[in-house]
Write a protein that binds this ligand. Structure first.
Ligand SMILES: NC(=O)N[C@@H](CC(=O)O)C(=O)O
Ligand SMILES: [Zn+2]
Ligand SMILES: [Zn+2]
Length: 425
């Protein structure tokens, strides 16, 4: 195994120092290190962060390998500074058995670019009718601990209660896509002034808030663990604030796009802006940003949702919801939060690693710690070119935008997956 000597790097914004990486771990830190056998990486001006961890990624394999594969999504993740991603279960076939989650887990190991931790479905086929084999997925080689019907809401309160109860046996988490289905029938975008003007059917904020409120109460009742996916409204933040004040075991994520883009984007009728939950208002964005800083929202998760051209470049009403996220998330976080490196590490690495129970991830570089880390050039600015993304899909909402920050290198257990901004596999 090659040793790497990273010279002149700022760990989380601190004074320049050196990091020696050997045998998969950070062997030594401090200024002026030497190691004749090591490959030197000049990291002058770069910031080292613990490798990013995404709790919410769609990799599309098995079933839609034209949109993304475990390998292409892993490469996009590594280029985005990630060392671990949790793969959502809405594949085809659905990841609702030990066999499918083990397949995804194995494909992740073979790609070897990030740790791929499969999420299991809550219900068979995401149909919301009966519980999937949660125990078998937990006992499988993939050791599933997070279960989600993401893409669909577990709308039946009795099923949701049983799922929360069942996974307590192994300290599992139910990650909910909070969308009351009856309140969002035919919905195309956020229900508000813009939807009224455009004449598009609205997806009201209360459809999200009502499910979060219900699930928080169910979680409190059974003493389980709930994670709320892609929180998008100011009202949801208030529900979460109250729940946390009462000590309910609930965590929540916000996506980069919900921190930056508003429903006004729908005025273009460009389906690249169609997403679930929909882009909301500037008031919601302000509340989400404040909640993220405060910790009412625990993490940033990408909800990276690749879609093939024919599913996205069509009329708004027929387009699938979802947008790419892995290769731009850190830039959006820098744009929204500024160079608050400790906060970024907390919300994009340490806390998601802790929630998902990913040992060896989310740890600041220090002697003896597994070398899962990423090097960022905070001074760089880059223009997003969809054709240059590693994802198999092109549905980024940031096309031709200039964004701050560039991932220069990513290390997974001491081996570079990205160097000089290029993926090594
Ligand atoms: N976010 C989306 O708009 N789409 C996701 C599903 C989901 O996260 O709900 C997808 O799988 O495409
Ligand atoms: Zn969802
Ligand atoms: Zn999703």
């Amino acid at each position: 195994m090659t040793a790497y000597l990273i010279k002149g790097v700022s760990v989380l914004g601190g004074d320049p120092t050196d990091l020696l990486i050997r045998d998969g771990v950070v062997a030594e830190t401090g200024p002026g290190l030497t190691a004749p056998d090591a490959t030197v990486v000049d990291a002058t001006g770069l910031v080292a962060l613990p490798g990013l961890v995404d709790l919410h990624t769609h990799l599309r394999e098995p079933g839609r390998e034209d949109a993304e594969t475990v390998e292409s999504g892993s490469r996009a993740a590594a280029l985005g500074g990630y060392t671990a991603v949790c793969a959502m279960a809405n594949t085809s076939p659905v990841a609702d058995t030990a066999g499918v989650v083990e397949q995804v887990w194995r494909l992740g190991r073979e790609a070897g670019l990030v740790d791929v931790q499969p999420i299991g479905a809550v219900t068979v086929g995401l149909a919301g009718e009966r519980l999937a084999e949660l125990g078998a997925m937990a006992d499988s080689a993939a050791r599933v601990r997070i279960f989600s019907d993401d893409g669909h809401c577990v709308a039946d309160p009795k099923l949701m209660r049983r799922a929360l109860e069942y996974v307590k046996a192994f300290d599992g988490i139910i990650a909910q896509h909070a969308e009351e289905p009856r309140l969002t029938e035919g919905a195309q975008m956020h229900e508000g002034e813009v939807s009224t003007r455009l004449g598009l059917t609205g997806w009201p904020a209360v459809a999200e808030e009502a499910i979060i409120a219900r699930d928080v109460l169910l979680t409190e009742h059974v003493g389980g663990r709930l994670h709320v996916c892609h929180v998008s409204t100011a009202g949801s933040v208030e529900v979460l604030r109250q729940a946390k004040a009462r000590g309910v075991r609930v965590t929540a994520e916000v996506t980069p796009h919900h921190l930056l883009l508003t429903d006004a984007k729908a005025e273009s009728y460009d389906p690249v802006y169609k997403v679930n939950p929909p882009l909301r208002t500037a008031t919601d964005i302000a509340a989400l940003r404040a909640a993220l800083v405060e910790g009412v929202i625990d993490i940033i998760a990408t909800d990276h949702a690749p879609h093939a051209v024919e599913d996205k470049e069509c009329e708004w009403a027929y387009a699938r919801p979802g947008m790419l996220g892995l290769e731009t998330a850190l830039s959006i976080a820098l744009d929204v939060l500024g160079p608050e490196w400790d906060l970024i590490a907390e919300r994009m690495s340490r806390t998601p690693a802790r929630i998902a129970g990913l040992d060896g991830h989310g740890l600041d570089p220090a002697p003896g710690v597994p070398a899962n880390l990423t090097l960022v050039d905070p001074a760089a600015r880059r223009v997003i070119e969809p054709a240059e993304l590693a994802s198999r899909s092109r549905n980024t909402p940031y096309a031709r935008m200039t964004l701050p920050g560039r991932i220069v290198a990513t290390f997974l257990r001491g081996e570079p997956t990205v160097l000089d901004g290029k993926a090594l596999k």
